[in-house]
Unconditional design. Structure first.
Length: 256
C-alpha cells in the first residue's frame, strides 16, 4: 500500500542516517585508538611485535566490529516487509553504546599514558615526534643496497630528499651534543633528548646551532645539503634508543 511504501521510505532514510552516524563514530574511535596505542608503545606501557625496547613500535589498526559495507549490501536485498526490523534497530543502538564505551576507554588510556612519566610535560616535548624536513622519503630504515657501494647493508636512518637549503628542524626538545663535520654524514648535528633518546641529522649544507645549545621542537637547526658521502641534496635522519638505531617513523605523529 501507499502508506506502507511511505513508512518504508522514512525508515530507510533514518537507517542511512544511523549508519552514517555510526560510521563517523567508529572512524573517530579507530583513529584515537591508533594514536593511543602508538603513544603507549613509545613510553613502554606495552610492547608490540615481541620487541620491548621501552620506546618505539608500530600500532596496528584493529579490524572493525561493525561491517558497514556488509550491512549496506544486505539492506539492498531487503523487501519492503523487512524494512521494519526492530532487531536491526536494536543492533544499531547497541553498537552506538559500544562505541561510546570504547571512546571513554580510549580517553582514559590517553590520560594514563600522558601521566605515565612523572615529568609529563618535559617528557612529551622531548620525544622526536615531528618530521625534520619537508620532502619525500627516498630510502627508509632497514636493509638496503647501498647507492655508493652496491652492497646490501643496514640503513640506520631514513633519507628525505628536499631542495638544497631547505630548513631542517629539531624533532624534539634537547641539547646539541655534536655540531660539525662527521665522516660520511658530512655536516651533521646530534641532539640528546634525554631518556636514552638521541637524533642525528646528516648531509647538511649549513649548521645553525653549536654544541651545548638547548633546542626546542620545531626550531630550525640546519639546512639541507649534500655534504659527506651523498648522491644529492637530502637529509639523513636517525633516531637512537640507548645508542641503538630504530625506525624513525615509529615516533612520528605526523605525515611527511
Amino acid at each position: 500500500t501507499q502508506d506502507l511504501r511511505e513508512r518504508g521510505q522514512r525508515y530507510e532514510k533514518e537507517r542511512v542516517q544511523v549508519l552514517d552516524h555510526i560510521g563517523e563514530l567508529e572512524s573517530l574511535v579507530n583513529q584515537n585508538e591508533q594514536l593511543v596505542a602508538r603513544l603507549e608503545t613509545m613510553v613502554g606501557v606495552h610492547s608490540l611485535e615481541g620487541v620491548q625496547v621501552g620506546i618505539g613500535g608500530e600500532a596496528g589498526r584493529r579490524p572493525s566490529v561493525f561491517q558497514l559495507a556488509s550491512l549496506d549490501k544486505a539492506a539492498a536485498q531487503k523487501t519492503e516487509a523487512d524494512l521494519f526490523d526492530e532487531t536491526e534497530l536494536r543492533a544499531y543502538n547497541l553498537r552506538t553504546i559500544d562505541l561510546t564505551e570504547e571512546a571513554k576507554d580510549v580517553q582514559q588510556r590517553l590520560k594514563d599514558v600522558y601521566h605515565f612519566n612523572g615529568e609529563a610535560e618535559y617528557f612529551w616535548s622531548s620525544l622526536p615526534t615531528v618530521v625534520p624536513v619537508r620532502g619525500w622519503v627516498t630510502s627508509d630504515f632497514g636493509l638496503r643496497r647501498s647507492p655508493l657501494t652496491g652492497r646490501r647493508q643496514l640503513h640506520e636512518g631514513m633519507d628525505v630528499a628536499s631542495p638544497y637549503g631547505a630548513p631542517v628542524v629539531a624533532t624534539g626538545d634537547g641539547v646539541v651534543t655534536f655540531s660539525g663535520r662527521g665522516g660520511g654524514l658530512g655536516q651533521k648535528i646530534v641532539i640528546d633528548h634525554g631518556y636514552g633518546l638521541a637524533t642525528v641529522y646528516g648531509h647538511n649544507s649549513g649548521l645553525m646551532v653549536k654544541e651545548g645549545d638547548r633546542v626546542r621542537r620545531g626550531q630550525i637547526i640546519a639546512s639541507v645539503g649534500s655534504s659527506g658521502r651523498s648522491t644529492g641534496p637530502h637529509l639523513h635522519y636517525e633516531v637512537l634508543v640507548g645508542g641503538v638505531p630504530v625506525d624513525p617513523k615509529r615516533f612520528m605523529l605526523e605525515q611527511l
